[in-house]
Unconditional design. Structure first.
Length: 291
DNA sequence: CTATGGCCCTGGTTGC
DNA sequence: TGCAACCAGGGCCATA
């Protein structure tokens, strides 16, 4: 469950269980989830710290820590393909290790009530790591698609400057953050753009359409708490997302386009499964090959 | 700068 | 039924 809307939803779900609480213990049953740190080192970094705030940057959940009222580093969590963050409301569960649990934190609130935050991750691609400075750690990321930097003018200018295929460029987190395979396909469909078009050849009007498509797709998905079409990947906390019912192309191979009824096609672009309507998203002109 | 392919991992689905 | 191949919402790294 790893694109911007799912990460935003995750941050919102765990926030009330974390803010204001103090970390009393930490454990990790899969060290590589810690992103390079040893378990003891990780534990020492977070134990005794208080969670001041839970935010999101790109596809990262950022858990801000403080000690004596001063900033004291952050926990950065990336869900990658199968990661989940689950907060226990009931106390007394802290000792039990859940299936696929990779990292867990014991917490206590001001009244002495205990709880547990667990990082579960079937495929172990995700990360749950401590950093001193989250801004430095995330410095290479592009702008937020729902933030003030991401304007129509920015997108027009930035597309023009890149001689790259459109879809992989939009998936590149150093270019623009938050989009993954699903929301890229959905956004390109809404904008009427073929994923293999050259970024620098996208006309201004289409770039404007793409800007609107990205924002409206992400906003609508956040409103529905993201997508979850596989029981395996759902968040057990709260309701699973429901945006998957509104997919126009993703996972709809062979089904009729919602606009023109032509069957949706699946192709592979930059090694990623890609879904398009060949009528609504006309293929780019192929450059003439020298003979 | 851009593109490609391997790699990290596990489990569900598909096809023989 | 059994089993192998293939697929998956991400991103890093080396190489060309």
């Amino acid at each position: 469950m790893p694109e911007l809307p799912e990460v935003e939803t995750t941050a919102a779900l765990i926030r009330p269980h974390l803010e204001g609480r103090r970390i009393t213990s930490a454990r990790a049953s899969w060290v590589r989830s810690l992103g390079g740190a040893e378990v003891a080192e990780f534990s020492a970094s977070v134990k005794g710290a208080r969670v001041s705030e839970v935010t999101r940057r790109a596809k990262w959940v950022v858990i801000h820590l403080e000690r004596r009222g001063r900033p004291a580093g952050s926990l950065l969590c990336h869900l990658r393909m199968t990661g989940r963050l689950v907060a226990d409301t009931e106390s007394g569960h802290g000792a039990r290790e859940e299936p696929y649990e990779r990292v867990a934190l014991g917490l206590v609130d001001e009244a002495g009530k205990t709880s547990t935050l667990r990082f579960l991750d079937v495929r172990k691609f995700g990360r749950f790591k401590f950093v001193e400075d989250h801004e430095e750690a995330l410095a290479d990321l592009g702008p937020e698609p729902l933030g003030p930097e991401f304007t129509e003018e920015w997108l027009i200018r930035s597309l023009k400057a890149r001689r790259r295929v459109l879809k992989p460029l939009l998936l590149d987190q150093t270019f623009l953050v938050g989009l993954g395979n699903i929301y890229v396909d959905e956004s390109l469909f809404l904008a009427g753009l073929h994923p293999e078009r050259s970024a620098h050849l996208v006309p201004k009007a289409r770039a404007r359409a793409l800007h609107g498509a990205i924002q409206s797709t992400l906003r609508a998905a956040i409103e529905r708490e993201g997508s979850s079409f596989d029981a395996f990947y759902r968040t057990p906390e709260g309701q699973p997302g429901s945006y998957q019912h509104l997919f126009r192309v993703y996972g709809r191979e062979g089904k009729p386009c919602t606009v023109c009824e032509r069957p949706i096609k699946r192709l592979v672009v930059a090694q990623r499964g890609t879904h398009i309507c060949t009528r609504c998203q006309p293929a780019p002109r192929r450059p003439k090959l020298p003979r």
